[in-house]
Design a protein around this ligand. Structure first.
Ligand code: ATP
Ligand code: LTN
Length: 332
């Protein structure tokens, strides 16, 4: 069976950066590869790498699960589950710790960035996070891993770890390919187009949440930082803010940047922003309706239970085979 694997941390409300950089592509990827099974999870163990309020974390897990389904994941082709419920993820993490080197982990830019932001102690799990992530992927012998640009380095390390294991035990892991979207690899903050739009950014004006209502969405886009030139053209260096908005527009309409620029070349920023506000709001409306009905439903719990069973069926066997290869335990 060919597989696709991806996950998102339940660390807060999902914004259109995460949606366009990952979730929307999950759906497209499933359509393009109907023969691939998708192991999609809520990366709750990853969330513990920084302090969390347990009540909020549990709520965020359900919200993310509901959002995945609301965004149109094809459940017939997917095992959707909570990472911590499949303990093979933790086991694989421990085993792979012996196939990653300190120097490799020290080079991870996400670790360096997040460690800098910590006001109290930096957790050991933040440092070893990429090993847990490698385990998430290798457990299912993923062919493809759809992620945004910020996860590229973690994917490279995953490939290195897989190749290292394979060197000792030929062909044990499939070496996965990252799938990073060209147009939406990095959607930027609406207030600071030099920074990626991020869940953890405390500035509410920097992002559009998938649960925001139409009035808020339009307001956020209206107040997005652009430039004073006044001409609608794409330039990712000198017109970062406007170019970010053009990318969001193009991605939502599944069109190219030049299609959008052509349509608005004689327009002003105000008109473009108003149209983009309408487009985002109408795109999110059906997602929001489905999300709210799912959130409190038994259907969601059933989906997650089924997904867990589907994931365990593969993951437990893979870990057992790995332990055996490594010479762990008794040969019973
Ligand atoms: P945090 O701020 O807590 O680190 P985040 O906003 O970076 O969270 P993640 O949960 O780490 O979001 O990301 C989930 C997925 O969405 C990853 O594949 C990531 O690469 C992608 N992603 C997140 N933000 C963006 C963005 N602004 N543009 C494109 N892809 C993104
Ligand atoms: N590190 C990722 C979340 C994640 C993930 C994965 C993504 C954890 N395990 C496996 C793809 C495959 C992030 O979004 N920050």
């Amino acid at each position: 069976m060919k597989t696709i694997v991806s996950g998102i941390q339940p660390t807060g409300a999902i914004n259109i950066g995460t949606y366009l950089g990952s979730i929307k592509n999950f759906v497209a990827l499933q359509q393009a590869h109907p023969d691939h099974h998708f192991f999609l999870f809520i990366a709750d163990t990853h969330a513990l790498t920084v302090p969390q309020d347990p009540v909020k974390l549990r709520q965020a897990i359900k919200e993310l699960a509901a959002m995945y389904v609301a965004c149109g994941i094809n459940l017939k082709q997917t095992s959707l589950f909570v990472q911590s419920a499949v303990s093979a993820h933790q086991e694989m993490d421990v085993l792979l710790q012996s196939f990653a080197y300190m120097g490799e982990l020290e080079r991870m830019t996400q670790y360096k960035d997040k460690a800098l932001k910590q006001t109290s102690g930096i957790r050991a799990s933040l440092f070893t996070y990429p090993v847990l992530m490698a385990g998430d992927i290798l457990l299912y012998d993923a062919e493809f891993v759809p992620v945004g640009d910020d996860q590229k380095q973690h994917l490279e390390l995953t490939r290195t770890i897989a190749e290292r294991v394979n060197h000792q035990f030929p062909d044990f892991f499939n070496v996965p390919k990252p799938l990073i979207p060209e147009l939406t690899a990095r959607i930027m903050s609406l207030q600071n187009p030099d920074q990626k739009m991020s869940k953890s950014d405390p500035n509410v004006k920097s992002k559009i949440l998938l649960t925001d209502d139409a009035a808020i969405i339009k307001k956020r886009i209206r107040s997005a930082v652009t430039d004073s030139e006044g001409t609608i053209r794409y330039d990712a260096n000198s017109k970062k803010g406007l170019s970010n908005l053009i990318r969001i527009y193009a991605a939502l309409e599944n069109r190219t940047i030049s299609d959008i620029v052509k349509r608005y070349e004689t327009s002003d920023y105000q008109t473009f922003k108003a149209d983009l506000g309408d487009l985002v709001a109408s795109h999110l409306e059906p997602i929001q309706a489905r999300y709210h009905s799912l959130l409190k439903s038994q259907e969601l719990i059933d989906i997650l239970n089924d997904g867990q069973a589907g994931a365990e069926a593969l993951a437990i066997k893979k870990v057992q085979r790995f332990k055996k290869k490594l010479g762990l335990g008794l040969n019973r």
